[in-house]
Design a protein around this ligand. Structure first.
Ligand code: PDD
Length: 282
């Protein structure tokens, strides 16, 4: 079992992967990406991730080189080659290699990179105990629905969170909650789950969608709407949702307790439902 790479239609060791400094991903962040988890050898919600990759690519006017079936075939091959039952697949497509110029290149083919790495499981104590978050201004561009390589505000936000002893930073744009630096945000008020509506200011998370569907199936009310930042300090529960963290209860925000200061019942219920959903996928 070993971590492996894939570059422009060829599998190789990660050490072998060499990317030119003229790659537009390196020069401009001119590309898009996805992160897919593999459980028991099966890529989780792959079609949903591939559909979003297509959405992101269209958003930056980049034509993907593979159809979903061609992606799937290569991803399954990568999973087989790395040999891990549980692993993390990173997919990145950039506009290609060409001497630096802001304009789109006339002739150039996209750079396709994937890595297949062993999954380091999240510390379950975190989920049991819940995590702290901070709020930070959302200084990102106006197309956060595109999963682009331009992640500097996300990097800065996450680092600020770490330095404040927190797990994640929640972005606030003009007084309104958008999302975490690498996850979506949900709140619970009087038993109803609320989450920011999908628009250009958030990434429409694959996990977010599954959780909303699961909640509805379980008879919980859900409401997608604008959430004011100040509401975060009045709610019963907050939880984070994303591919790598699944469901993560938040117990403190900007050093103030959320609800009782313990993971709340709805977060715990949905976390269990999501685990059950994942176990039924494999
Ligand atoms: N991030 N919002 C942002 C800004 C994200 O970066 C992510 C995922 C999500 C949640 O999306 P999903 O449920 O589809 O994973 C929301 C990935 C995991 C990352 O950048 O590593």
């Amino acid at each position: 079992m070993t971590d492996i790479g894939f570059l422009n239609d060829r599998f190789m060791s990660l050490e072998e992967v060499k990317i030119s400094p003229d790659d537009r991903g390196f020069q401009f962040g001119d590309g898009v990406y996805e992160v897919v988890m593999v459980y028991e050898g099966k890529p989780c919600l792959l079609q949903e991730h591939l559909a979003r990759l297509e959405h992101s690519a269209q958003g930056i006017r980049l034509t993907l080189p593979y159809t979903p079936a061609e992606w799937e075939q290569r991803i399954l091959e990568g999973v087989k080659r790395c040999g891990y039952q549980h692993c993390k697949v990173y997919i990145q497509v950039t506009r290609g290699i060409v001497p630096r110029d802001h304009l789109f290149p006339g002739q150039c083919s996209p750079t396709i990179f994937m890595s297949f790495r062993e999954m380091t499981p999240l510390d379950e104590n975190l989920r049991q105990r819940g995590v702290k978050v901070i709020t930070v201004p959302d200084i990102r561009w106006g197309r956060c629905d595109i999963k682009s390589l331009n992640l500097l505000p996300n990097v800065l936000g996450k680092q600020q969170a770490k330095e404040a002893g927190a797990f994640e930073a929640i972005f606030i744009r003009e007084g309104v909650v958008t999302e975490g630096t690498s996850c979506n945000v949900m709140i619970v008020r009087s038993g109803v789950i609320h989450t920011p509506e999908s628009n250009h200011h958030i990434l429409e998370g694959v996990t977010r969608k599954i959780l909303l569907d699961l909640a509805k199936k379980e008879g919980l009310s859900v409401c997608e709407r604008t959430i004011k930042a100040k509401e975060l300090f009045e709610v019963d529960e907050i939880f984070l949702a994303g591919t790598t963290i699944e469901v993560m209860p938040v117990v403190a925000i900007d050093e103030k307790p959320v609800g009782t200061g313990q993971p709340g019942p709805t977060s715990q219920q949905l976390s269990a439902s999501y685990q059950d959903f994942l176990s039924r996928l494999v």
